[in-house]
Write a protein that binds this ligand. Structure first.
Ligand SMILES: [Zn+2]
Length: 59
């Protein structure tokens, strides 16, 4: 098994000096990935872990 099989897929567009950031498509704010959280895609998607598309405030 390859070591990076369980590596989260991070969809980020920027960096704020401390952590990657991305723009929330709902509110349009650029926020650190820690404001988005992660979700497990389940068996249908090979159990891939992705970051949420909307920030915590929007959800
Ligand atoms: Zn948002």
């Amino acid at each position: 098994m390859k070591e990076n099989d369980k590596k989260p897929i991070i969809q980020s567009s920027g960096y704020n000096g401390k952590e990657p950031t991305r723009v929330c498509p709902k509110c349009g704010m650029e926020k650190p990935l820690s404001d988005f959280g992660f979700r497990n895609m389940g068996l249908k998607q090979n159990n891939q872990v992705r970051n949420q598309s909307w920030c915590k405030d929007c959800r």
